[in-house]
Design a protein around this ligand. Sequence first.
Ligand code: SF4
Length: 83
Amino acid sequence: MILKYFHYLFYLSVLGSMRDPFHLQWHITNLCNLHCEHCYQDDFSTKRDLDWSGLRKISDNLLNTIKEWDQKVCIHVTGGEPY
Ligand code: SF4
């Protein structure tokens, strides 16, 4: 009975993932000049940021992976303050 229940939950989660977009949060920079009180960051520099070619490489890898998944994906670009 318990096994059937877990199979059922697994089945629902697989179906759910096919219907709902996969959400991906991509933290592309620590850079930010706002310093909000609630912020959890302690480093606001760019010293660990990737250059454009590094970002492009990650982006290409992400797009290839998403194509393989054949699933809707919602990518949230965040930081820091990337905009
Ligand atoms: S990273 Fe976000 S939360 Fe942190 S200081 Fe900047 S805007 Fe505020």
